[in-house]
Design a protein around this ligand. Sequence first.
Ligand code: PLP
Length: 435
Amino acid sequence: MTSSLSTTPAAALDQAEIAALRERFPILAREMNGHPLVYLDSGATSQRPTEVLDAERHFATHANAAVHRGAHLLAAEATESFEDARATVAAFIGADERELVWTSGATAALNIIAGAIGNASAGLGGAAAERFGLGPGDEIVVTELEHHANLIPWQQLAARTGATLRHLPVDENGVLSLDAATAVIGDRARILAFAHVSNVTGAIAPVTELVALAQRVGALTVLDACQSVPHLPVDVTELGVDFLVFSGHKMLGPNGIGALWGRRALLDALPPFLTGGSMITIVTLDGAEFLPAPQRFEAGTQPVSQAIALASAVRFLQDVGMDRIHATEAAYGRRLAAGLAAVPGIRLIGPQPGSPRAGLASFDVAGVHAHDVGQFFDDRGIAVRVGHHCAQPLHRRLGLTASTRASSYLYTLESEIEAFLDAAALVGPFFGVGR
Ligand code: PLP
């Protein structure tokens, strides 16, 4: 368990508070297929409150200009808003703003880290970057449960450098074992990349223990925090990782914005991955010198209105309280797990009832394809995610090709969780299985 979760438990939001919060999310008032929308797909993308929608629109309407370039007042104002947004989002994860790089999302952030390490391995970046160089005999370690965004960039890096890709195995429920991790993370490990919270199982990784295993052998740690930063208090100093990534659209923010956080000394020593305008000091026809982080990783025109809207989303989350959001969703996770596990014919994936999990649960209905399960819920206005959730290796390990996932957020009502569970109990009988 991470230390950020080991503080005194906060009070969950009460249902009246959640009902009041929902007023700020116009989309939640919609009906789907003749039923009130029950949105249980926030793990894929979250909904946006009016504050966030207004922040983006206000910037585009009144304050739009190119940042870090123009000599005019409008550009100076836009630059200030953009950098204020960076400070807000960095503070949200306990970071220094010089360590927070804007990206288009978590996928881009992971590709930037892996790509920059690949460039260092190819000899770019000079003496400062030598520490990152990978080659045959070195190992990159991931887990068997990773989202493809935190798997394929490492596969590509291994292919590019000759390093070996290894994985930490999961058990038959898709849960990591620390014993197995201890056996895999050996002296050759140079990078350990893993998800803080699995987007399929909802399991919360033992970050402290995994970081200790990596540090013991001098490996860098990369944390995919896509499913944790939106839902629980995250502090990069407490976690002790070297790099961390997340996406804005999963935390009440817009699409097209995400962040890469890295320790400043590491970011400044890494060569850039994307190159072009806005990230240089001097350019000649033969070469270029680069700005320090974060600009050295922010080539080209940046997603300015999205960054400003993400800062607005962060303020919204802070007003509600991350510890209270986590307490609320942890209770939903427990209820989802217990409710699903009690339904004949349903196999709950991930931590079993009684074990901690985030506010999501995936499951398989024996004899019914996940797409049919999804259709069944949709007919009742309940939006869930079906498929492999960008985690094919995990599904293969579980003996499945697809599963169904219900995921909550701060605007989810207990009555919606119960409506979902009531419907889940009817899936088997509806399709004539599981009796
Ligand atoms: N990692 C995890 C655990 C995710 O859940 C997701 C999105 O589903 C990603 C990475 C990729 O995020 P994005 O598509 O926003 O880049």
